[in-house]
Design a protein around this ligand. Structure first.
Ligand code: PGA
Length: 251
């Protein structure tokens, strides 16, 4: 195992109501209780299921809670938004920011995502900054430059101390939900470019996301700059998510 501890985050997206979240947790906890305590595990339910998931996870939290997004503002007239202090009430440890689905469907800009990253850090919630290129950008040979630009735009004005507290998730858009996971060496190339972009990133977790499955997770973990996964589809079933983590940490 690498010196940096592994981290696996289940991004449920717009799936599961409160009772489904509760039953997931009840099935999942016994499956992961024997995993080494150094293995970080989190689930990101929809906002409406956070309370049920928090209650089912209990206070010792072998499995942490993550949110799928949040507002860049701490309160006020922002209809429909959820602020970091509201997430803190449920001991939410992580928040996924800049997911490509938010960039695409909610038109979130790099500037907005950067403001959210700062708001999360200010609230003591670890941002998981998701970055990744489209197929067109990949085919034009611009993947590395594109990802580095996204990272710079969202984190460029963080102090070294703040930048060292984030998690990065490399998620090529063309690999998300398609079953076409990214070649491990290519994912490593991007992860390495991200890690070496700034001294503060030397020890942060860098996750891969995009059709990570129980069958392919271990191969990513062999890559020297990849520390875990941001897992969508394969995190919806407790057995599948537990198998994925078990496979990934087996060697
Ligand atoms: P996927 O989603 O594992 O279903 O490809 C990953 C993500 O979007 O975070």
């Amino acid at each position: 195992m690498k010196q940096r501890p592994p981290l696996f985050v289940g991004n449920w997206k717009m799936n599961k109501n409160a009772s489904q979240a509760r039953s997931f947790v009840e099935s999942f906890l016994p499956l992961v209780e024997t995993f080494p305590s150094t293995v970080g595990i989190a689930i990101a339910p929809p906002f409406t299921a956070l309370a049920a998931a928090a209650a089912a996870l209990g206070s010792k939290r072998r499995v942490a809670l993550a949110a799928q997004t949040m507002s860049e503002f701490s309160e006020g007239a922002y209809t429909g938004e959820i602020a970091a202090p509201m997430l803190a009430e449920f001991d939410v440890a992580y928040v996924i920011l800049g997911h490509s689905e938010r960039r695409l469907y909610q038109h979130e800009s790099d500037a907005t995502i950067g403001a959210k990253v700062r708001a999360a850090l200010d609230a003591g919630i670890t941002p998981i900054l998701a970055v990744g290129e489209s197929l067109a950008v990949r085919e034009a040979g611009d993947a590395v430059a594109h990802v580095l630009a996204q990272i710079q735009a969202a984190t460029g004005d963080l102090t070294e101390e703040q930048a060292a507290r984030i998690v990065l998730a490399y998620e090529p858009i063309w690999a998300i939900g398609t079953g076409k996971n990214c070649d491990c060496d290519r994912a490593q190339e991007i992860a390495h470019a991200a890690r070496t972009a700034r001294n503060a990133f030397a020890d942060i977790p860098i996750l891969y996301g995009g059709s990570m499955k129980p069958e392919n997770a271990a191969a990513y973990m062999k890559m020297s700059d990849i520390d875990g996964g941001l897992v969508g589809g394969a995190s919806l079933d407790p057995r599948s998510f537990a198998n994925l983590i078990a496979g990934a940490i087996a060697e």
